[in-house]
Design a binder for this molecule. Structure first.
Ligand code: FEO
Length: 387
């Protein structure tokens, strides 16, 4: 697949993966992207996951058309991209590996060598002239590991963005009915969500470049309407809400907290407010994390459990706080059969978050819904609808 006349896609699709990065389901598989840039000299942009080394090397051989690769550019050392560095360096003894200083430290840890004598250290503003193609490098620390560099091809105006602008899903997966943003957002908040300020820094650097094509390490190559993708990254990384709406995230042991959550969503919909209800024990939690950042209001509903809150809710709130959850209105529904404390416990877990506004109304359910808790749900729906 040609990205431009001189830039060839040599990535692979993974349809066997159960969990990406050990935690994210990928029902449509995953792509590990890699590219060959052909100037007078040639540069390979990253390798692929360990399982696909043979397939990748075969694609590389075909794209090289008899040439030998001169450089391997390592933008990111996470093994879904770096696993085949040693294999590549053994197969092509004249090739030089180019990466940040920190990436070479990681190579020592992963492979027992930093390829001394065959390596080139890259930093901010480094340039590699392939002859016909000049590659310029920018550092992107913590997007989303510290060693990350990204690459700009001045001739074709292609930006190789490492993990940024990636998404879940293989290249040969059917078109996503919900569009690029759905799985890109789940990927962003799962993987990069904590590092909003670092992504903002990257966007500032990218704004200084004339970019026509973005080549990420996962997901499709982007070459139309780039402002759409860049604006979404700006929204996500600045923790602005993308849409108006309410995420209602619940756990329920016997169905009564679920009824309360669903009744609230019904009342919100009656008031013309978009509401998305999720069961934290049964739905994909990464989808709910994505919704939590996407919408401007969130309701957390859970049971009191061993004087604490139900485990799935605790995990969910940890997912939010570790990703710098902020700038939202938060409301609580708690359930408890003898000493409900869940609302207090959930609020305490969120105390360190910036710019959260807590709703005045909290709903307390004592075992099952009754007239009092139904009225409290009406009052909460009124308050949230007024925002
Ligand atoms: Fe796709 Fe951070 O590795």
């Amino acid at each position: 697949m040609e990205i431009t006349k001189d830039i060839i896609y040599i990535g692979v699709d993974d349809h066997e993966l159960d969990l990406f990065e050990g935690q994210y389901i990928v029902p449509e598989g995953m792509a590990y992207n890699s590219y060959l840039v052909k100037g007078e000299k040639t540069a390979v942009m990253d390798t692929v996951d360990r399982k696909f080394g043979g397939e990748w090397l075969a694609k590389l051989e075909a794209a090289l058309e008899g040439a030998s690769p001169d450089y391997l550019i390592v933008q990111h050392m996470e093994p879904d991209h770096s696993a085949n560095i040693a294999v590549f360096m053994e197969k092509y003894p004249n090739a030089v590996v180019c990466a940040s200083k920190q990436a070479f430290n990681m190579m020592k840890n992963f492979f027992g060598t930093d390829f001394a004598g065959r390596n080139m250290v890259l930093g901010e503003g480094s340039v590699l002239d392939l002859g016909g193609h000049v590659l310029r490098f920018v550092t992107a620390p913590m997007v989303h590991w510290p060693e990350v560099i990204m690459t700009y091809d001045e001739k074709d105006k292609v930006f190789f963005s490492a993990d940024a602008f990636g998404k879940f899903g293989a290249q040969d997966a059917p078109p996503d009915e919900e569009g690029w943003a759905c799985e890109a957002r789940r990927y962003y908040f799962g993987i990069v969500g904590k590092f909003g300020p670092q992504v903002q820094n990257l966007l500032k650097k990218a704004a200084a470049l004339d970019i026509r094509t973005i080549c990420p390490l996962h997901g499709p190559v982007l070459n139309e309407d780039l402002g759409y993708y860049i604006n979404l990254y700006d929204t996500w990384s600045s923790y602005r809400s993308e849409d108006k709406g309410v995420t209602v995230a619940y756990t329920s042991v016997y169905g009564n907290t679920k009824k309360a959550a669903e009744l609230l969503a019904e009342k919100l919909l009656e008031r013309g407010v978009e509401a998305h209800v999720s069961d934290l024990a049964r739905d994909d939690m990464a989808e709910v994390v994505e919704d939590a950042f996407r919408y401007d209001r969130i309701v957390l509903a859970t049971t009191t459990y061993s004087g604490e809150i139900f485990p799935f809710m605790k995990t969910f709130i940890d997912h939010l706080t570790e990703r710098n959850f902020q700038n939202k209105t938060v409301a609580f529904i708690e359930n408890g059969s003898w000493a409900p404390v869940a609302a207090k416990k959930m609020r305490a877990m969120l105390e360190g978050c910036k710019d959260l506004k807590f709703a005045e109304n909290t709903v307390t359910v004592t075992s099952a819904l009754n007239d009092k808790s139904r009225a409290a749900i009406e009052a909460l729906a009124d308050e949230l609808a007024a925002l």
